[in-house]
Design a protein around this ligand. Structure first.
Ligand code: HEC
Length: 92
């Protein structure tokens, strides 16, 4: 009886650990599903006011956003979304 309880304990622990490992490898839904506008609003005002997309043209945004990517520590996917947003929003 005692051995069975111990075995059950080991099995449950193993299940918890493997679930935790699998979840850690997943891209968090909250980050991957954010739009460029959202990422811009949440990240580009951390150090200064979020710049208005209409301030610069497409070519300038490409340079600026790459430069700010290194400061903001955003992933390639996130920064591509921000750049897309800037290039779309500066036409309006
Ligand atoms: C970790 C801090 C930090 C974050 C986050 C950040 N910036 Fe900056 N940004 C700076 C600093 C510092 C400068 C001025 C010095 C420089 O250009 O390196 C600057 C300058 C700028 C300028 C130039 C302003 C001007 O009129 O010359 C623009 C445009 C800009 N950032 C856009 C952005 C955008 C877009 C994002 C979001 C992707 C962003 N920044 C995120 C720190 C940051």
């Amino acid at each position: 009886m005692k051995i069975k309880i111990k075995l059950l304990y080991i099995l449950v622990s193993a299940l918890i650990v493997s679930t935790a490992i699998m979840n850690a490898c997943k891209t968090p839904e909250a980050i991957s599903s954010k739009s460029g506008a959202q990422l811009w609003g949440e990240n580009c005002n951390r150090c200064h006011n979020a710049p208005d997309p209409s301030t610069y043209g497409d070519d300038q945004w490409e340079v600026i956003v790459e430069h700010m990517r290194q400061k903001a520590l955003l992933t390639d996917t996130e920064i591509a979304k921000v750049l897309d947003f800037m290039k779309t929003a500066n036409k309006q």
